[in-house]
Design a protein around this ligand. Structure first.
Ligand code: SF4
Ligand code: SF4
Length: 429
């Protein structure tokens, strides 16, 4: 066994815990999970059956932790793991899984495939088998503070633009604000309309908020590549920034995995509870709607749908809130056939979009979203994740459907809200 294979096998052994053992032992090999995964449905290739993506780890589990596997090991009957196996499974666990969680809803025994893929990725990272794109993104996140290399200087430049556009100051490092708003790198670099949009919304609704120059990045490459150490360090930076400003809430941005990292995994990653609450931007906007703090200035008559970001909706539970907001503004809101809990992924979540190698497969499986959109015929797709937004724009262009506009929910909402005269930054009085 080569040194590299040895490292990978040992890393997998370390990652196999009680849940993983129970998932492998309860799998009835029915293959039903295949029909839940767009990498299988859009290619017909059995290697993309969700449970098969874990087969390498399963072989280690059987060999090391089951009686029959140990007997076979003793008799020298187990199939050895090779360098070629590692190369193949690296592509399966990184390029053909968006961590969308749809397969778990189909599995009759409820196996949590995302949990297993995350564990397998931890082992792949530990043994040096993670895609270059994700390795680079994680390095930039640790060294620069953003997976895309976005700096504080860039944020400040975008804040200046936003202040001009919104006609009011954008609060930065405002001590004692109630809410700390995080952004994703893609929002700062590409979809920066979000900054004037939330500035106007929060101003009108009387929300006391701020951005932070020390904790502005909400994304977490550690979650995507499968490194709990990196993920914990990135979460800790947000905790430190929030603590310094004394905020009561931290707002997770329109980015799917940022919400998973901060809301659901963060306290376990850093090993302690937060001194604040985490709220998704869409949850907060819906709360403001319910409290009558969002005043409409007209409605949107175009035909539109909502694309469910998997981490926010299926895995995160923010399901009704975007629909409440859509129904508040849109007069012709139509759902895709399978939506909400059963929505289909854009194809680029879970770090898939960060891997150049995965691009041909990712573009191919967009056929699922294309078919869904063709069925309903819309003018606009509203979503709440900047990565989904990028994937949708790319997929629509590939399929000559780019007459369909893609927008972020917060920014779209801001267009239809009453705007009164500006006041001081972050002033909720
Ligand atoms: S989590 Fe999603 S992408 Fe990954 S195997 Fe399951 S259905 Fe496929
Ligand atoms: S659906 Fe569940 S039980 Fe069936 S093969 Fe997939 S993981 Fe195993």
């Amino acid at each position: 066994m080569s040194e590299s294979v040895n490292r990978a096998v040992n890393a997998m052994k370390e990652q196999i815990d009680a849940p993983i053992a129970s998932y492998f032992s309860s799998c009835v090999h029915c293959g039903i999970c295949a029909d839940a995964c767009l990498f299988y449905t859009e290619t017909g290739d059995p290697q993309y059956t969700p449970i098969h993506k874990l087969d390498l780890m399963k072989r280690v589990w059987e060999r090391e932790y089951t009686l029959s596997g140990r007997v076979r090991k003793w008799l020298g009957l187990n199939k050895s793991i090779t360098e070629d196996d590692l190369t193949k499974w690296e592509t399966l666990v990184y390029d053909s899984c968006t961590l969308c969680g749809r397969c778990s809803l189909y599995c009759p025994v409820g196996n949590d495939i995302v949990y297993m893929v995350r564990k397998m990725r931890e082992a792949m990272v530990a043994s040096g088998h993670a895609p270059e794109g994700l390795q680079q993104a994680s390095k930039r996140a640790i060294e620069i503070g953003s997976p895309m290399g976005v700096t504080l200087q860039t944020l400040k430049a975008q804040i200046k633009h936003a202040e001009k556009e919104a006609g009011m100051e954008v609060p930065l490092d405002k001590q004692g604000a109630d809410y700390l708003m995080l952004l994703s790198s893609a929002e700062i670099a590409q979809f920066n309309e979000i900054i004037p949009a939330v500035t106007r919304i929060f101003h009108e609704a009387g929300v006391s908020w701020t951005l932070s120059s020390e904790a502005f990045e909400g994304t977490n490459s550690g979650i995507q590549i499968g490194s709990s150490d990196i993920a914990a360090e990135l979460v800790q930076r947000i905790v430190d920034g929030a603590r310094k400003l004394g905020v009561k809430y931290v707002i997770s941005p329109e980015c799917g995995h940022a919400y998973t990292a901060l809301r659901w995994e963060g306290p376990n990653l850093i090993g302690k509870p937060y001194p604040f609450e985490v709220v998704h931007i869409i949850e907060l906007l819906d709360q403001l709607r319910a409290e009558g703090r969002l005043k409409l200035d007209g409605k949107d008559d175009t035909r539109q749908t909502f694309h469910d970001p998997c981490q926010m909706v299926r895995r995160g539970g923010v399901m009704e809130q975007p629909r409440n907001l859509m129904n508040m503004v849109a007069t012709d809101f139509v759902e895709m056939t399978e939506h909400s809990l059963m929505g289909w992924c854009c194809g680029g979540g879970g770090g898939v979009s960060a891997s150049e190698r995965a691009e041909p497969l990712r573009r191919k499986v967009f056929s699922k979203k294309r078919k869904q959109l063709e069925e309903i015929g819309v003018d606009r797709i509203v979503t709440a994740c900047s990565n989904c937004r990028n994937m949708l724009e790319e997929g629509l262009e590939d399929n000559n459907m780019d007459e369909i506009e893609v927008v972020g929910l917060s920014e779209w909402l801001a267009e239809y809200l009453v705007t009164s005269s500006p006041r001081a930054a972050g002033d909720d009085s």
